[in-house]
Design a protein around this ligand. Structure first.
Ligand SMILES: [Zn+2]
Length: 503
């Protein structure tokens, strides 16, 4: 027993030593000696340029908060963000950016460009709301309009903060004649995993030295974790109606096909790797029990750790759907909706972002904001811990699966891309929830916006002024891709699912 303990200790010591040898520039932080996954990063220095960035953002915060609140009240869902995208695009246009609207076949996608030459650095903005999550800026569940959309993922804050960071960077670049091109990408339809996938297929993210983005969160963190790759599609089955009691033998049920496909998929789960995730809803299962349904429709998600695995799972899923049609003597049609890769995290770039997070500090919530968050937690029936006030340690990712998917993944395959999470929602509150929508319309969101913009703009300064950082980021990115080139998961003929194209 004692000897085994010793061997285990020896193993742990060798592992730690290995980590220190692999990452010689970082020792282990004082409070994390027993946590080999924590990476010590020093705060970035407050250079004169960053000082200017911070004060520009503080002075102009009321303008950016106004943008935040406008988009929050528009609460427009995927590919219908007309007012939201216009608010952001016209703001940047007025500030001297060249704006191109309606890109990649989506009226609500845009790019705002400033400067010229290398390096070209991108910042992502999102602004779509979620259906059914309408919510007033109060600490209890209260829709502004029952059943209407709401910002339950805080994308209004996302968009406003990214535009703030971009404006601050432009201000400093102009004043100090910094070389390079700044591009803000107005990315619609993140919630349906659509916008950036079509923008990527169009080549809009090509030629970027790197890309910066963030997301509202309950934590203050820079994460190296990935997200699941995904394929999503609809299946329509076509059969023949008949009287369900009088002459059912003359009918061919499209609903039977959906049910048999789903039974088959549920049996398939046992023979997929445990990392696979399949989920579905039936969108149309017929109109009346006494009519054999000649039409049925279902919507499927297939997720897995990486693109390769999703493609393999997807092939097997298609076989089952085909077999279901065969069994029921129906025909079927697959409508491929969208697909994404897994996110490629970039450690070099993330360290730069983290060091600027330590410099800017977490959002400073006041007592009123903390009690608003605690009131929400009380109403949700969860522990009243308020809002996060510290920055999480910077950690190597542990193996995990079962996460959602994001179209930011596509950008991360086209250029080194950094992520950042800033506290904007109460600790322990569920995602895509009224609580998040409520906070996104208050001063809690304005503070998160300020922090996110400071960290992104300060990181942007480092990327614009340190070619050696970009070089290291790109080297890491090239190694991670292992020779794999980006291939769009979308069929070449597929168009964005605009309302006018929907059946
Ligand atoms: Zn989101």
């Amino acid at each position: 027993m004692e000897r085994r303990k010793f061997l285990n200790m020896r193993k742990a010591f060798v592992f730690l030593l290995g980590l220190i040898l692999i990452f010689p520039s970082f020792g282990l932080s004082d409070n994390s000696k027993d946590d080999p996954f924590v990476i010590k990063v020093k705060p970035a220095k407050l250079t004169p340029l960053k000082k200017e960035i911070f004060s520009f953002l503080e002075v102009n915060l009321p303008e950016f908060s106004k943008l935040n609140d406008q988009i929050w009240s528009f609460a427009e869902v995927a590919l219908e963000e007309y007012k939201s995208s216009e608010a952001l695009a016209s703001y940047l246009e007025k500030k001297g950016f060249k704006v191109e609207r309606g890109i990649a076949g989506m009226p609500t996608a845009f790019v705002a460009i400033y400067g010229s030459g290398e390096p070209v650095i991108g910042i992502l903005a999102e602004y779509d709301a979620l259906p059914g999550l309408s919510q007033a800026a109060v600490s209890y569940k209260k829709p502004v309009e029952l059943g209407a959309p709401g910002h339950g993922c805080g994308h209004n804050v996302f968009g406003a903060a990214s535009v703030a960071a971009t404006s601050a960077l432009k201000e400093v670049m102009e004043k100090h004649n910094l070389r390079g091109t700044l591009k803000l990408f107005g990315c619609p339809a993140e919630e349906t995993v659509v916008g950036k996938v079509f923008m990527a297929r169009e080549g809009l993210f090509n030629g970027l030295a790197c890309c910066i983005q963030w997301h509202p969160s309950s934590e203050n963190e820079v994460s190296l974790a990935s997200n699941n790759a995904l394929n999503q599609f609809e299946v329509e089955f076509f059969g023949k109606t008949a009287h369900a009691a009088g002459d059912p033998w003359d009918g061919r049920s499209a609903l039977d096909a959906v049910e048999l496909a789903d039974v088959g998929l549920n049996f398939l789960r046992e023979h997929l790797k445990p990392t696979a995730r399949i989920h579905y809803v039936i969108l149309n299962g017929g109109r009346a029990p006494n009519v054999v349904p000649d039409y049925a429709q279902a919507w499927y998600y297939v997720r897995d750790l990486d693109r390769e695995s999703v493609e393999k799972d997807y092939e097997r899923v298609l076989k089952i759907i085909e077999a279901a049609a065969e069994m029921t003597e129906t025909t079927y049609k697959i409508n491929f909706l969208s697909g994404v890769h897994e996110v490629l995290a970039n450690r070099t770039g993330s360290e730069v972002v983290y060091s600027n997070f330590l410099l800017a500090g977490p959002p400073l919530f006041n007592a009123e904001e903390q009690s608003f968050a605690k009131e929400i937690q009380r109403n949700l029936g969860i522990e009243q811990k308020g809002l996060k006030t510290e920055i999480e340690p910077f950690r190597l990712p542990e193996k995990s699966w079962g996460s959602g998917s994001t179209d930011v993944a596509e950008v991360s395959w086209l250029t080194p891309t950094t992520s950042l999470g800033v506290a904007c929602t109460p600790i322990g509150a569920p995602g895509h929830n009224w609580a998040e929508a409520a906070c996104a319309g208050t001063s809690i969101a304005h503070k998160a916006l300020l922090t996110a913009a400071k960290v992104m703009a300060a990181s942007g300064i480092d990327f614009f002024t340190s070619p050696e950082i970009i070089q290291k980021m790109r080297q890491e990115w090239t190694e991670k891709r292992k020779g794999r080139e980006y291939k769009s998961p979308l069929p070449p003929e597929l168009k964005p699912p605009l309302k006018s194209q929907k059946k």
